[in-house]
Design a protein around this ligand. Structure first.
Ligand code: TYD
Length: 203
């Protein structure tokens, strides 16, 4: 298996940065332009991903390392599941667009766990593109609060500051062949969507 997966596109950013919105808009734009794609997200909505969400929603308490292992197990299944894994879609030539990937584990779980351990359990192939939506922590917190839902495990200012500096560190040593595209998260939703689409589809 190649170490960089062609046509695999991931969105990364802090909670509230807008990755989910942009993942959906890119998929819509691909549909409109007859480019076959699969839009997806991590943690997934499959059994292991649902377990992760119940930890995030504080219904289950576990250790940071156990949670890191759950994220990694969810990812392993997401990529390699013999019935509906992402590799099968990539093999058929689809563009796979994923809201969060292993860089979220390195940045978030790296805050509370040994970084080398998190790296070791996330020895997965790299995507071709990483779109990093760079949104200030204050703005992320403002957006999370305005959603009005109960805050999840990681949605705290001090924690997100640490996640942000982890992302910066990780992005200095991405494997060669991975294209990192940094986006200004303060731009409007449509402006960002246009920038993403034109990065991918105009030379
Ligand atoms: P996300 O799907 O962005 O949140 P929601 O859809 O609930 O708004 O991600 C859920 C949380 O999980 C978010 O705080 C980021 C975190 N996360 C990790 O800590 N590690 C990971 O590997 C992934 C994929 C997400």
């Amino acid at each position: 298996m190649p170490s960089v997966l062609h046509n695999f596109i991931v969105f990364e950013g802090l909670d509230g940065a807008g990755t989910t919105t942009q993942m959906k808009l890119l998929a819509e734009n691909c549909d409109k332009n007859d480019r076959a794609c699969r839009a997806t997200f991590e943690p997934t909505d499959k059994p292991i991903g649902r377990l992760v969400r119940s930890v995030l929603q504080k219904q289950i308490v576990t250790t940071p390392l156990a949670l890191a292992m759950l994220y990694a197990a969810d990812r392993e299944d997401h990529l390699f599941n013999p019935v509906n894994g992402l590799l099968k879609d990539l093999d058929t030539g689809k563009l796979v667009i994923c809201d969060r990937y292993l860089y979220s584990s390195l940045a978030y779980q790296g805050v509370e766990c040994d970084f080398k351990k998190i790296e070791a359990i996330n020895d997965f192939p790299a995507p071709e593109y990483v779109f990093f939506i760079d949104t200030p922590v204050d703005e992320c917190i403002r957006r999370i609060t305005s959603r009005g839902s109960a805050t999840e495990l990681f949605e705290r200012h001090e924690f997100l500051e640490k996640v942000k500096s982890n992302y910066e560190r990780i992005f200095t040593s991405l494997p060669s062949g991975v294209k990192l595209i940094r986006l200004n998260g303060m731009l409007g939703i449509d402006e960002l969507a246009k920038e993403i689409f034109s990065t991918l589809f105009t030379e």
